[in-house]
Write a protein that binds this ligand. Structure first.
Ligand code: SF4
Ligand code: SF4
Ligand code: FES
Length: 915
């Protein structure tokens, strides 16, 4: 701690901070541009000048950049000093000389840090009367729009893109007063974190292109605290809605999870919730399938209840992309013995195993923030960019923290970014990755191995044995693998905090067991390490904790006619098992009820389809891969702008359907009651009621506002429907109002913040007003509750070590590879994601390709037990011989692990492709 004096007031601050950080953490306003809490200081913009004095008797003082000056004990500074004020005013004036002042047409307007700082600094007259410097803009892909004339040369963009996120295709070009920030030539920005430029850039150079098509000012958007549903990481997001459409997604600060940054799938993958072809009314399909009609709610429920009542046995198929509450209501409808999680057996086995390991291996699961505090990392069988992108960004920070450690030895503070980078150069904490292909983290790895899944597992088992001789040894280990295992083991043991990351992406139980053995071995050697296991979908962890039979069980029950009716919740079964198997089972069912917000292949098979709310129209609870139960809240009521719609939350549909089946008159139900019931039923989920405050939560007696105070046009928004404005929708499920009325301040700490705004702070930098210190934790505590607490268990080392992978002359093993863009069930339906994803390919080792006589781009036919697909081939220089990589997100057959035949396909075979 240090004591500093600011304009005569005495404060206790963290002496390791710089003065800017310390002042902002105290809630004082100091303007700044180039500093960023996650990226530190470079002293480039000169906007944060304050007057510093030697002591209380010094009356002259000197101007210093607060971001470059330590908050040392006994510092005396003034923010209000006239000279400091004038200096800051002159800085903003010169930064604005070439700025186009085009706020009325700039998409940053209204949430622009440059606007905020200009007002804060008092610059309100343009004196420059000459021509301004102008630039040509670039096409940067489907996500980011570019308007370089607005640049103030703060360098934040390239510092984030290159230094923080490891991108290489965005740079600074030019010199003096003519600097250009862009690509060396037009083209798609390659970084999977490019969307963060829209928040990092303090002005409107980089804006969200998905938002441009239906642009709305921030103050006219309605928000709610929400969760990204596009993978299992559980990033907190702030979606903004207007006229019944989601217009954009911004980062919502969470001190332990995503903090300031999202990946591009999460930020730009929301388009599926706006699709015109979404089911918005209940649909009834005749038994012969030749007639499809839409129904009103009561008629739909009556027909559905009649069919379910008359069925001999009804089973339910849940979903790891739906909330706990919806899955629980389905289980309540069909009964515990009739509920399937909707997850294929192999994946469910893996999820169960990961759950056990998280609890019993002896090492805790780190939070995303905590990942950055590890100094040696082993990644087994995961390409984190593809399977849990935000984790990859944290791994990169962990590796780069070596520079900070080196700097600390020389007394250089971690925030002094340029000095730290200059000193550390490309020295990283060791990261080791074993995966079938090269990954986007390879530039920071100390060792990378492209191996078949079984060989990845063998390497992991060998590492465990090197760490602890009691762990099973690996037979027939070749010298290179033994050497690699020794190197990895030595690094993990030498680290203060080693981290093991693995997961189910390659569908290999052996890899997960190997990671568990490494974690267990480290725990037995009393290391302060951690184990992180990657799951696939937003609620995979929650469904595994809830329990239920695997999907194959449900299909068997239908095929064997032990059950004749099925209710399927938000799950396209065709994405999980071969279509033929799904079709046979659904053909056998006399009644198929499907709840979904997408018109999937499974929806098309429904006798009764009930239009479910997407995550932006619903509330519920998810459990992330770190075992954190978090609540997401309804952003808008879909019926307000589209009165004809009959969309309901799945848990609400299922509650009423159950009441109809039982002929109970139970009336409506609110979320809190469902959450409580869910918590009561499953001991592992008992704590979820504490994941967020209930609907009775109030601040100063008020509910919380979803809309900013300047929200405009409310009385006219529905004028094309009815000139009389209806009452705002009421929300019985949460503490939020669908209106600007309600509390939306920052002076009372609260966990659930719909959007970041504070007086004078309209940009995302306003999050600093909600945290206990800049970059710290929300003042009321970070949202959510952890469920996977370690417990003493009789953990025994796994010993099912696979044999060495051998490539055979005419036999290839399939590896299904996750993809960031196009690899999941929902964001793949968003147009910008489809553009960014490009065409899927099959991957093959260059030598194997030569043997087959196939070259890059040629169609290759992959045929296995369950089907065939034809895709263009990509020959990989680094790829395990005898294996073939097929992308996730197309019909998943042939399946991972399956032995397949390959043949160069005739040209017309392209048309058979199912991509
Ligand atoms: S483009 Fe934006 S972030 Fe980059 S230097 Fe210019 S103003 Fe700063
Ligand atoms: S890492 Fe996952 S949860 Fe986070 S923004 Fe990306 S897709 Fe969403
Ligand atoms: S914020 Fe301090 S010089 Fe830019």
């Amino acid at each position: 701690m240090a004591t500093i004096h600011v304009d005569g007031q005495r404060y206790d601050v963290d002496g390791a901070d710089n003065l800017l950080d310390a002042c902002l953490s105290l809630g004082l306003d100091v303007p700044y541009f180039c500093w960023h809490p996650a990226m530190g200081s470079v002293g480039a913009c000169r906007q944060c000048a304050v007057k510093q004095y030697q002591d209380e008797n010094d009356t002259r003082g000197k101007l210093v950049m607060s971001c470059m000056t330590p908050a040392s004990d006994g510092s005396w500074i003034s923010i209000d000093d006239d000279e400091a004020r004038e200096f800051r005013a002159s800085v903003i004036e010169w930064l604005m000389i070439n700025h186009p002042h085009d706020c009325p047409v700039c998409e940053e307007g209204g949430h622009c840090h440059l606007q905020d700082m200009t007002v804060m600094t008092g610059h309100d007259r343009r004196r420059y009367r000459f021509r301004k410097r102008t630039h040509r803009n670039q096409y940067l892909g489907p996500f980011i729009a570019h308007e370089m004339n607005r640049c103030i040369t703060c360098y934040r963009c390239v510092r984030f893109y290159r230094d923080y996120a490891g991108g290489t295709d965005l740079g600074a070009f030019g010199a003096n007063d003519n600097i250009y920030f862009g690509r060396h030539q037009e083209g798609v920005l390659e970084s999977p974190f490019s969307g963060n430029l829209t928040e990092v850039c303090p002005t409107g150079v980089f804006t969200d292109q998905t938002h441009s098509e239906r642009y709305t000012r921030k103050w006219d958007l309605q928000f709610a605290p929400s969760l990204c549903h596009q993978c299992a990481v559980g990033c907190n997001i702030s979606p903004g809605e207007r006229y019944g459409d989601i217009r954009r997604i911004e980062n919502r600060y969470h001190g332990e999870v995503n903090r300031f940054f999202l990946c591009d799938r999460g930020r730009f993958g929301y388009g599926y919730v706006n699709r015109d072809d979404r089911p918005r009314l209940p649909e009834w399909r005749s038994d012969r399938g030749d007639e499809r009609v839409t129904l009103e709610v009561d008629a739909a429920l009556d027909r559905g209840a009649d069919r379910l009542r008359s069925a001999r046995r009804v089973i339910g198929i849940g979903s790891p992309r739906a909330s706990l509450e919806s899955n629980h209501q389905l289980r309540a409808l069909v009964g515990e013995g009739n509920f399937s999680t909707g997850i294929a057996a192999a994946e469910q086995r893996l999820l169960g195993r990961m759950q056990t390991l998280n609890r019993e291996c002896g090492l805790p699961t780190p939070t995303l923030r905590d990942v950055e505090n590890h100094d040696a990392i082993l990644i087994l069988g995961e390409d984190l960019i593809a399977s849990a992108a935000r984790v990859a960004l944290s791994v990169r920070q962990a590796a780069q923290a070596r520079r900070e450690a080196l700097a600390a030895e020389r007394g250089i503070p971690a925030w002094n970014d340029a000095a730290v980078r200059t000193l550390g150069q490309d020295r990283y904490h060791p990261v080791f990755i074993a995966y079938p292909a090269a990954t986007e983290l390879d530039d920071i790895t100390a060792g990378g191995w492209t191996l078949a899944p079984d060989d990845i597992a063998r390497l992991g088992f060998a590492v465990a044995h090197e760490i602890d001789a009691a762990a099973p040894a690996v037979d027939h280990l070749d010298a290179a693998t033994r050497e690699a295992a020794r190197e990895i083991a030595a690094s993990l043991l030498a680290a203060e905090r080693p981290l093991v990351i693995s997961g189910g992406s390659l569908g290999s139980e052996a890899i997960v067991e190997a990671a568990g053995n490494v974690a267990r071995a480290l725990a037995r050697r009393a290391c302060r390490g951690s184990l992180m296991l990657v799951r696939r979908e937003a609620n995979s962890t929650g469904l595994a904790l809830m329990g239920g039979a695997p999907l194959e069980w449900a299909l068997d029950e239908l095929e064997s006619r032990r059950a004749d009716a099925v209710v399927i919740l938000e799950n396209d079964l065709h994405q999980r098992l071969p279509s033929a198997r799904i079709e046979t089972a659904l053909d056998a069912a006399e009644t198929v009820v499907v709840l979904d917000h997408q018109r999937t292949a499974t929806w098309e098979r429904a006798h009764l389809g009930l239009p479910a709310a997407a995550f932006t129209e619903a509330d519920g609870t998810l459990v992330s891969l770190e075992g954190r139960a978090q609540r997401f809240f309804q952003v808008f009521d879909p019926a307000y702008m589209r009165p004809e719609t009959r969309i309901r939350e799945s848990w609400r549909w299922l509650h009423v359907l159950r009441a109809d089946v039982l002929r109970h008159d139970v009336g409506d139900i609110a979320l809190d009651a469902v959450t409580r019931d869910c918590a009561r039923h499953y001991p592992d989920l008992a704590a979820i009621i504490d994941a967020a405050p209930g609907a009775d939560y109030r601040v100063r007696g008020l509910k919380l506002a979803r809309e900013p105070q300047r929200y405009s046009g409310r009385t006219a928004m529905r004028a094309h429907i009815n000139v009389s404005e209806p009452r705002a929708p009421q929300d019985p499920d949460s503490a939020f109002t669908f209106s600007m009325e309600g509390y939306n301040g920052f002076d009372r700490p609260r966990e659930e913040v719909a959007f970041a705004w504070a007086p004078g702070w309209n940009s995302p930098q306003a999050w600093n007003k909600f945290t206990d210190e800049v970059g710290g934790h929300l003042r009321a505590g970070d949202p959510g509750v952890r469920l996977l607490a370690p417990r003493p268990g009789g953990y025994r080392y796994a010993d099912a070590i696979p044999a060495v992978h051998r490539s055979a002359e005419a036999e290839w093993k399939v590896v299904v590879l996750p993809r960031l863009f196009g690899g999941d069930e929902t964001s793949a339906r968003a147009a910008p994601i489809q553009t960014r994803a490009g065409a899927p390919v099959v991957r093959l080792a260059a030598d194997d390709a030569a043997r087959l006589g196939v070259s890059d781009g040629q169609p290759l036919r992959v045929a296995g037990e369950h089907g065939a697909l034809v895709l263009p081939v990509r020959c990989e220089a680094r790829w395990p011989a005898g294996t073939i990589g097929v992308p996730a997100g197309i019909e998943p057959w042939p399946a991972g692990g399956e032995a397949v035949t390959l043949a160069v396909a005739a040209t017309q075979a392209n048309e058979e492709g199912r991509a």
